[in-house]
Design a protein around this ligand. Sequence first.
Ligand code: UTP
Length: 416
Amino acid sequence: MKKIEQAKKRLEDNKQFKVLSILENLMDEKKEQLAKQILKVDFNLINRLYQNKDSKKNKNDKIEPIKYIDKNKLNNKQRQEIEKLGEKVLRQNQYAVVTMAGGQGTRLGWKGPKGTYKLDVGEDGKYIFEILANTLKRTTAKYGKEVYWYIMTSIENNDETINFFEKHNYFGYNKDKVKFFTQNILPLLDFEGNLLVDKNYTIKEASDGNGGVFVALKNSKMIDDMKAHNIKWVYVCGVDNIMANMTDEILLGLAIKNDVSSASKSIKKAYPEEKVGIFCKRNGKPAIIEYTEMDEKMIYAEDENGELLYGESNIVGHLFNIQTLEKMAEYKFEYHCARKKNTFIDSDLKEVIPNEPNTLKFEAYIFDGFEYLNDMVILRVNREEEFAPIKNATGVDSPESAKEIYENFYKKEEKK
Ligand code: UTP
């Protein structure tokens, strides 16, 4: 009983009247459970996050274009030399892939973890996780070594993800090489700053953004695991790009040749106004500038060859050496605020299913870590070969567009 009174006081002090009325309307045993959770909420943090929800990056930042290497423009000799460097690491099994699958995937609207979505390709369709497993199996076939595969989940989707892999026998990938780890969570808020309660009468929480990957790797002891296996390079990418080339010898070879601790992939912006994050330098350090931060002059600026000065879009494929990965876990990441659709219960304990974004989700972004790097290699790759994201239910970056890219690519491969 004492806990319930304490929780009520906390809610009153922090003007969380919506949750307060839900708490008051609940049956006793549920009340106790919710009260316990309320007492664990860091109200100082969530009040601060809400207050800063619209804060933008510093307008006085010095933004400059960043150099990139175009994969298509490497000649055969350069290619071979670079590939050799990358191949050596793969052959020695000193390489790991981290798939970030802790997102909510709200735009796709698929009920389960995004990786369990079945895309209509091949004879019977293929799950996203299956497509990624198949990509890694091709690397195994090439080098005779199975790449270590670490999969980041969230508390919301961890059990379902693991059960799915078990049920499908890891899609023929060596189970011992696959490890799951879970990222941190933060409460969601509505647009007025209220905490939300879900239909299980718990405070609605969600993963803390893909920038949470570094701390999650460290806290789950996955970095120790990587070190124990003598892993030197780690490629971190999203779950939803079904064309991700996760073991790219050229990216790896370029990082080694240029003696940098990190390298990322970009694709050429489709058109100047495209709403994508762009690689640049911010105050002399590698960074991503969001389209909302770019003024008209920047959007259309061209170099002497008529290429956009800010034209390298981020496809969430980042390579780090193990030391850098470990160091990133020590840095402080700011939270950004994303607006997402989430269900919740109202004070009558009825579930509300929104049609429009209704919640603020606070997320750290992986690329904010770039400010701690002195330099990085950016490798421009071909969109039609390496980028088919599944974000939306229809239209751009949807299952339909991903299927088209996937099928075109594999048709061409078969003809080779
Ligand atoms: P997105 O920003 O596209 O978010 O994530 P999302 O949650 O998948 O989808 P929406 O916005 O709700 O529709 C880019 C990548 O980062 C991962 C996602 O799983 C995806 O691979 N991610 C995102 C996490 O692993 N954790 C997070 O907290 C957020």
